[in-house]
Ligand binder design. Structure first.
Ligand SMILES: [Cu+2]
Length: 484
């Protein structure tokens, strides 16, 4: 059984490696994934690219029409080495889709890959059949026409593939984009909101490369057990970019778009910044912090105030001791934006409204990952939920014990559910931090930790819940719930 699974992963690995590098004739290269020699080789400064806003077309009814093409392309990360990558409407990543609350959005997705894909709207509240999970497969040369009305608060959400067994590799190859939602609250707040100017999207992902700059995937047992963690962090698809900033306030929309890496974002000088939004919208008030943990799939909007810096100062956005993005401070400008004392009102779901509680135990690592002892089965609905009900979900990471105690163990899980937003009621290992008191759709679990959340089911259909360590998801750490 285990051998069979290992073969499956090996097959995927071989497939990826060949896909990524066969045209360069060095697929047999056994370079260490942690060889840093390439890093010194490329040293011209790259400006941070900003994913373009996707232009929509309005029909007579006022609906907005977008189109996305899933395609193969080429990207250079190091040493002029071209790698085969995937993107939406381009070679890598995707454009930013933007829509307003109340708007009906129609999206035509065309798949020009030679493999199937899906497009999941992570963090969006939409009916099950529009969710883009494993049931909404888009075959090669196929098209998917999806439509939904935006009915949720302003937020930074994202889109990415969600096929059975192919999510991790397709995201790693480059399939990810942001989906920004606006509403009257985001209109009213006097925060930085000029997209690409002082409102900057940051898609943070890690990848591994050979010393020749060839992208590689799942080369070690550790990657298989813990999920793929790279040796290089990319921001908006490039290595070590630079952003020229004026000495004023900037808003950053952070997405952990990595397969398995958990980031502890900080500034290189450890000065504080302010988190203003979590996964599914604004927090009630800004949270001052100097360290922000984001697990895969989670988002945060933060404001960094550069007004205290002098021209030519520079600092970095870092995660632990890895410096991923350089900020070069320029002139002071007149800055009328603010960090408001109050952002929005969040209605707490009363605990008394909870009609029942469900338990989700996340266990294992590598190929043995499971939830409540089961692996994902497309033909099995794990949980039936009543439409409009409120429930309490008790989510535990049981990858502790012997393996968790091993100093080398970096096996973590997190939990994401489709079609719902939830509020965190309790963490077993700490108090619920201020920045987790807003709406969430993805939550980090420490080893051996239990997190209790409360949620309501506003859309009907079949939805997924799963670990967002993508290799765990692909290995079956996923289940289905049906809202009816
Ligand atoms: Cu996991």
């Amino acid at each position: 059984m285990i051998l069979k699974k290992i073969n499956r992963i090996t097959a995927i690995t071989a497939f990826v490696f060949i896909t990524l590098s066969c045209e360069h004739g060095i697929s047999g290269n056994k370079q260490s994934a942690f060889d840093n020699s390439k890093k010194s080789a490329s040293k011209k400064e790259t400006l941070l690219p900003i994913p373009p806003l996707l232009k929509g077309r309005r029909n007579k009814k006022g609906d907005i029409l977008f189109s996305l093409t899933v395609q193969k392309g080429e990207s250079e990360f190091f040493n002029n080495m071209k790698n085969s990558t995937y993107g939406y409407n381009g070679p890598l990543l995707g454009p930013t889709i933007r829509a307003r609350r109340g708007q009906l959005v129609r999206i035509k997705v065309k798949n020009t890959l030679r493999e199937y894909t899906t497009v999941h709207w992570h963090g969006m509240l939409v009916p099950g059949i529009m969710d883009g999970g494993p049931h909404q497969v888009i075959q090669p040369d196929g098209e998917w026409n999806v439509y939904f009305r935006i009915n949720q608060p302003a937020a930074t959400t994202w889109y990415h593939p969600h096929g059975i067994g192919t999510t991790a590799v397709q995201v790693y190859m480059g399939l990810a984009g942001l989906f920004i939602l606006d509403d009257e609250v985001s209109d009213r707040l006097n925060i930085p909101k000029d997209y690409g100017k002082n409102d900057i999207p940051l898609i943070v992902q890690d990848k591994s490369f050979t010393s020749y700059g060839v992208l590689i995937y799942l080369r070690s047992m550790r990657d298989v057990m813990e999920g793929m963690k790279g040796d290089t962090i990319l921001v908006n698809g490039v290595v070590s970019p630079v952003l020229n900033v004026t000495a004023s306030k900037y808003r950053f929309r952070l997405l952990n778009g990595s397969n398995a890496k958990i980031y502890n974002f900080r500034l290189s000088n450890d000065r504080p910044f302010y988190q203003i939004a979590s996964d599914a919208g604004f927090l009630e008030k800004p949270v001052k912090m100097n360290n922000l943990r984001l697990s895969p799939g989670e988002r945060a909007e933060i404001i960094i105030d550069f007004s205290g810096y002098k021209e030519k100062d520079y600092l970095y956005l870092a995660s632990d001791n890895y410096f991923m993005l350089k900020f070069k401070v320029g002139q002071k400008i007149k800055d009328t934006t603010e960090i408001p004392a109050k952002l929005t009102n969040i209605m707490r779901i009363p605990k008394e409204m909870s009609s029942r509680s469900r338990i989700f135990n996340l266990s294992g690592m590598g190929h043995n990952v499971n939830i409540n002892g089961r692996k994902m089965d497309m033909n099995y609905i794990n949980e039936y939920v009543k439409y409009k009900n409120v429930e309490t979900w008790v989510i535990s990471s049981n990858t502790g014990g012997m393996m968790g105690m091993m100093r080398t163990s970096g096996v973590f899980h997190n939990f994401h559910a489709h079609g719902i937003h939830f509020q965190v009621i309790e963490r077993s290992k700490s108090a619920v931090p201020e920045n987790e008191k807003g709406w969430k759709d993805t939550i980090f679990l420490d080893r051996g930790e239990t997190v209790k959340v409360i949620t309501r089911f506003l859309y009907k259909g079949i939805f997924m819940y799963h670990c967002h360590i993508l290799e765990h998801e692909d290995n079956g750490m996923m289940g289905q719930f049906k809202v009816e």
